[in-house]
Design a protein. Structure first.
Length: 132
């Protein structure tokens, strides 16, 4: 059963300067995400940065946290896992899962990055279990 859905769409061009700004990257990305973004060739860095941004926004919306509940950028980590993505949450974000399993889908073009996060309510998971 779906508990909630979050979606975000962002323009890749918005990250043209941000993808090279160390202060911005430190504020937005975990170490794992930073390695992934910086490993990309220069033209793809801003797109990867936009993808991570959209994914984190979508997850925040699915969790119902927005910016008002103490969940920040680094409380959510987006990592590639096989052909999909893995969402890892730290304690601040984990408290909002309420036993839900998170699913994430990302899509991007050279101009736009979009993310869809679904929080699936599962009876077999104990509260605060973010396993995917």
């Amino acid at each position: 059963m779906i508990r909630s859905i979050g979606i975000d769409v962002t323009r890749v061009e918005r990250f043209k300067e941000s993808a090279a700004d160390e202060v911005f990257l430190d504020r937005l990305l975990t170490d794992v995400e930073r390695r992934c973004v910086l490993a990309a060739p220069e033209p793809q860095r801003q797109r990867r940065c936009a993808e991570v941004f959209a994914a984190k926004e979508a997850v925040m919306k699915a969790l119902g946290t927005g910016w008002n509940h103490g969940v920040g950028w680094k409380d959510i980590e987006i990592a590639r896992a096989g052909s999909g993505f893995d969402v890892k949450l730290n304690d601040a974000a984990l408290a909002f899962t309420k036993g839900a399993r998170l699913h994430l889908s990302l899509s991007s073009t050279k101009d736009v990055a979009a993310a869809l996060a679904i929080a699936e309510k599962t009876d077999e998971l104990p509260d605060n279990n973010p396993s995917l």
